[in-house]
Ligand binder design. Structure first.
Ligand SMILES: NC(=O)c1ccc[n+]([C@@H]2O[C@H](COP(=O)([O-])OP(=O)(O)OC[C@H]3O[C@@H](n4cnc5c(N)ncnc54)[C@H](OP(=O)(O)O)[C@@H]3O)[C@@H](O)[C@H]2O)c1
Length: 322
């Protein structure tokens, strides 16, 4: 029987990127569909995964042999700080239902998605896969972080008790088409793209919060999508895998803002509001384990990926999440 791959959270930033790659890469190629393989991209309207009965119905309907589990309650810092219990409870429910119903349906493989937020607050950098559980996560998002950490614990317990092939990926900061471009509650790249776009339209200054000095690792959603597809085919270890560009590819928020100004074609006044907090200066994650396994893999140059994202936002302004 050919495989049926169910992608939960298929309508989000990462899910849409996997859909794009699987539909555009040649069948049978490294990141393309296998002959006869079926891919299903589920959104919350197809079933609320916090509810076990709706989760069961989704599995009865699609009969997946493989699952890439992306669905999660996600949000920016403010939302995470305000709704810690909701982030903990909803994400624990979603993940427990997906893993248990996958187990009951004898799904051959599940890859769940963690985040670098799971790592301890006080930790020696760079982050790596062995440091997830060695200290408390940052207080601002402990609800989300603990719910995500538990996926790794559940994966190991399902493996030890039943031999299930469940594992997880840890992407660093993702950006690309179909992101959430809200001005206040989005991640830094989509929020700055939207802000710069409005500054150009309204002929007002483009003001970036903070000094622009902090450094971050960003991964383009289409690159991440390819790595998920590679993991589905080739990674059968229960331990999580960081999916990221290298530590030497960190970029500063100023470099991000400069690239956005260029891509948007903004010619007005452009400043940094140094009265606003900067956040952590850097929190590098090592992609050493990934690069030791994936073989030949080229990440899209940051500026090219950013140009594509800005072009998508401009072309889809009316319907983009904002
Ligand atoms: N974005 C990042 O920088 C980043 C970094 C590291 C890790 N991650 C992880 O990557 C995964 C995907 O993130 P994303 O940025 O693509 O998120 P996103 O764009 O916000 O998409 C979230 C997805 O989850 C679905 N969903 C939410 N609640 C659900 C529920 N109760 N039942 C069923 N589906 C539900 C949403 O469906 P609807 O839209 O239909 O409601 C949507 O498809 C998440 O697990 C996230 O933690 C993201």
């Amino acid at each position: 029987m050919p495989n049926t791959v169910l992608v939960t959270g298929g309508s989000g930033l990462v899910g849409k990127a996997i859909e794009h790659i699987i539909n555009t890469e040649a069948e049978g190629s490294r990141f393309g569909k296998l002959p006869g393989e079926k891919w299903i991209f589920a959104r919350s309207a197809d079933g609320d995964l916090r509810d076990v009965e709706q989760t069961k119905k989704m599995y009865e309907k699609y009969k997946p042999t493989h699952v890439i589990h992306l669905a999660a309650l996600v949000g920016g810092l403010f939302k995470n700080m305000k709704y810690k219990l909701t982030f903990l409870r909803d994400n624990l429910a979603i993940n427990s239902n997906v893993l248990e119903i996958s187990h009951q349906n004898k799904v051959e493989k599940v890859i769940s998605c963690l985040s670098t937020c799971v790592f301890p607050d006080k930790v020696e950098y760079p982050l790596d896969e062995n440091k997830i559980h060695i200290g408390e996560p940052h207080d601002s998002n402990f609800g989300y972080a603990y719910a995500k950490r538990m996926v790794d614990v559940q994966d190991r317990a399902y493996k030890e008790e039943f031999g299930d092939n469940f594992t997880s990926a840890i992407p660093t900061n993702v950006f690309g088409p179909h992101d959430n471009f809200q001005l206040e509650d989005a991640h830094v790249i989509p929020a700055l793209i939207h802000k710069c776009y409005l500054a150009k339209q309204n002929k007002t200054p483009f003001v970036v919060a903070g000094s622009g000095k902090p450094l971050r690792q960003f991964i383009y959603s289409y690159d991440l999508a390819k790595l998920f597809i590679w993991m589905l085919r080739s990674y059968d270890d229960v331990t999580p895998l960081i999916l990221s560009v290298g530590e030497d590819e960190e970029v500063s928020i100023k470099q991000v803002a400069d690239a956005i100004v260029k891509a948007v074609g903004f010619k007005g006044e452009y400043t940094f509001d140094t009265t606003r907090a900067d956040g952590q200066f850097r929190k590098p994650a090592s992609n050493g384990k990934l690069m030791g396994l994936v073989g030949d893999f080229k990440f899209t140059p940051f500026e090219d990926a950013l140009d594509n994202t800005v072009a998508w936002f401009v072309a889809n302004y009316e319907n983009a999440r904002k």
